[in-house]
Write a protein that binds this ligand. Structure first.
Ligand code: DGL
Length: 278
């Protein structure tokens, strides 16, 4: 790795592809004063079907890239990476790379909120195969709310539908309905469903169409944004290392032109990304 700077710098936000932009958008609403640097590893997405080792290797490369660009704080805006790579990066890599830098994920803040929402204690999770198989949500929920029941269901087709701009097409109707039915068939009294993948808010219209009334659907953007605000309040030593220019820069491992179109839809503003080779 290159020599790392310790000057104030943008907050880094990472995702395997476009999904983390749904987190970044909400973070910027709550914390518009900071600078942000986003990287989407679109060339290697989706991560959700990949092995633990590959998700870890790819995530670590992206985090190191953000560190090399100066970021002192990095948010993994990706459940799959939060499930499969975050702990190892925090416990094994950060002490070696630079113990003053921080990497935070999206699973813990989401779980912390759940207690205020569910009434039945029966919680459904939609996620990528990697997130569901990791049982990260089950483990975190059991730590905080041991009496709750968690029902996970993997939706391997949802990320490809989003990445291929098919979120509003008939294929999305078929798979969203099928996966909602499969989740709810596990337990008829699920009252709260977590969208445990940052791509899924892009399917929210279809999800609302097929989800029975009365079941709350939880997207993570606002939750993660509020949690980051709280983190910066509690960690003034990190807050001063986050530069405040209100800018947002986008990078992708894919061709920039291929990224810009759909990225603009996610963040509701024109995007001019820079291509990076990792
Ligand atoms: N958006 C990511 C997540 O939250 C991963 C999607 C993927 O690459 O499979 O899990």
């Amino acid at each position: 790795m290159k020599q790392l700077s310790h000057n104030p710098a943008p907050i880094g936000v990472f995702d395997s592809g476009f999904g983390g932009l749904s987190i970044l958008r909400e973070i910027r609403k709550v914390l518009p004063q900071y600078d942000y640097l986003f990287i989407g590893d679109n060339a290697r997405a989706p991560y959700g079907v990949r092995s633990f080792q590959l998700v870890y290797d790819f995530t670590k490369q992206c985090v190191e890239y953000l560190f090399e660009q100066g970021c002192n704080l990095v948010i993994l805006g990706c459940n799959t990476a939060s499930a499969k790579a975050l702990r190892t990066i925090q416990q094994h890599d950060l002490p070696v790379i630079d113990p003053t830098r921080r990497v935070l994920g999206v699973i813990r803040p989401t779980v912390e909120k759940i207690g205020q929402i569910t009434k039945t204690g029966n919680i459904g999770i939609f996620g990528t195969p990697g997130t569901i198989q990791s049982k990260s949500y089950d483990i975190e929920i059991a730590k905080m709310y041991p009496h709750y029941h968690v029902y996970g269901h993997a939706c391997p087709m949802w990320v490809p539908l989003v990445e291929n701009r098919e979120s509003d097409g008939p294929g999305a109707d078929y798979f969203v309905k099928k996966d909602i039915d499969a989740l709810l068939s596990q337990c008829p009294t699920i009252d709260t469903v977590i969208l445990g993948c940052t791509h899924y808010p892009l399917l929210i219209n279809k999800i609302k169409q097929y989800m029975p009334q009365g079941i709350k659907v939880i997207a993570q953007g606002e939750i993660v944004a509020e949690s980051l605000k709280d983190y910066l309040r509690r960690h003034p030593e990190m807050e001063v290392k986050c530069s405040q220019g209100g800018t947002c820069t986008y990078c992708t491992t894919e061709e920039a032109e291929k990224f810009n179109g759909l990225a603009s839809i996610f963040v509701n503003e024109p995007v001019q990304a820079r291509h990076v080779n990792l």
